[in-house]
Design a protein around this ligand. Structure first.
Ligand SMILES: NC(=O)c1ccc[n+]([C@@H]2O[C@H](COP(=O)([O-])OP(=O)(O)OC[C@H]3O[C@@H](n4cnc5c(N)ncnc54)[C@H](OP(=O)(O)O)[C@@H]3O)[C@@H](O)[C@H]2O)c1
Length: 142
């Protein structure tokens, strides 16, 4: 019914590898999960994203980390202002806007952050907005 995997804008190899498929020499092009996302969509398995705000494997939160993710935070701020939510809401929207109908597994114990996250969960980010976040996080869009 569901497969719970690590997924955030900054850690998304299962999405990013397909976007840069078959590009020799580009690390992003490597398939690290044997087509997990394609399989889930074909079998209608719900992908659940854990660590939705973490830079990598429990490396801390990318939201507000302007030293390491300056461009990403600028775009998060821009779409947050446009949609009148917080950057946390936009980080959730990036996951829920994906056509695989993913669910976001929050780790917060802060009720305010739960509300901010829920506010972003049904935002109709445009494709351009989604891909700008993707590129601002450092991924390649060929
Ligand atoms: N299936 C698996 O293998 C697996 C593996 C790992 C985790 N999980 C599940 O996934 C859940 C989520 O993972 P996670 O806890 O790594 O996810 P997360 O929601 O990305 O991170 C939660 C942590 O980040 C902090 N945080 C969130 N937003 C923040 C912000 N804007 N500014 C500062 N701090 C912020 C939270 O602090 P506050 O509490 O102060 O908000 C909390 O310490 C876990 O609780 C667990 O249930 C499953």
């Amino acid at each position: 019914m569901a497969n719970q995997v690590q997924l955030s804008i900054t850690h998304c190899p299962m999405i990013a590898s397909g976007i840069a498929a078959d590009m020799a020499g580009l690390d992003q092009s490597l398939d690290r999960d044997n087509g997990l996302l394609d399989y889930a969509r074909l079998r209608r398995t719900t992908v659940q994203a854990w660590s939705p705000f973490q830079k990598g494997f429990f490396d801390g939160v990318f939201i507000g980390d302007r030293d390491n993710y300056r461009e990403l935070n600028a775009v998060l701020d821009e779409w947050a202002a446009k949609y009148e939510v917080t950057p946390t809401g936009i980080a959730v929207a990036w996951i829920t806007r994906h056509p695989a109908n993913m669910q976001v597994v929050l780790g917060t114990t802060n009720p305010g952050r739960v509300a901010e996250s829920a506010a972003g969960s049904e935002l109709p980010l445009t494709r351009e907005e989604w891909y700008r976040l993707f590129r601002a996080a450092g991924h390649t869009l060929p």
